[in-house]
Design a binder for this molecule. Sequence first.
Ligand SMILES: *Cc1c(COP(=O)(O)O)cnc(C)c1O
Length: 247
Amino acid sequence: MDNGPKTRELESGMTSPDPESSERLRAVRARIARAAAGAGRGGAEVSLLAASKTFGEAAVRALADAGQRAFGENYLQEALEKQSALRDLPLEWHFIGPIQSNKTRAIAENFSWVHSVDRLKVAERLSAQRPIGMPPLQVCIEVNVSGEASKGGVVPAELPALAEAVAKLPNIRLRGLMAIPAPVRDAAAQRAAFRPVRKAYDALIARGFALDTLSMGMSADLEAAILEGATIVRIGTALFGERTKHA
Ligand SMILES: *Cc1c(COP(=O)(O)O)cnc(C)c1O
């Protein structure tokens, strides 16, 4: 991912960046840089993914004009509409929501990354349906470390076998793990929730998997996630404001 300065196309565009989007983006980047420095890591080791679910085309465009390039979406239909309206911008799209197997073809055709793979059937379909000529789909396996039966994600005990099978698929590149721990306010509890994800990630690397991505941390807990090794934080509210629609 590339969170670098905005491209020429954007600089020469007709719109000037909306001050509120620019300010929110600046503030989130500053939080990331501070947290990374506090963890003894370089700020460039942590990428910012803007989680834009429920926010419309105009909000995404405003943040893109301010310099953000990677956007994460949870709902396929909503994402496809935004992608089509924003085709003129050089954006990178990540799918971060639950995946129904009848939606895999459209996901394989329209996204660069998928963070929420949690079963082999979905990974097999994404690989088989990735169009010829496109680069491999960049994939994270979602792990469920909170032990909540209702939440998505593979349980840690089943992770190594799933990772092994996913890593063998031809049109997918397994990059790492994603997690959405149950929200807690206390910073120490936040870190404790991210730690098993980091441990599972380290264990896979120790078994020989070439992984480089830990997708964890949202608006309320990005500092804790970065202290525990996050390489992508997925930020919605702090970039776009409160969501008023379903989330
Ligand atoms: C909505 C969402 C986010 C962002 O959450 P905020 O708390 O608004 O920053 C991150 N990841 C996923 C999977 C989401 O659905």
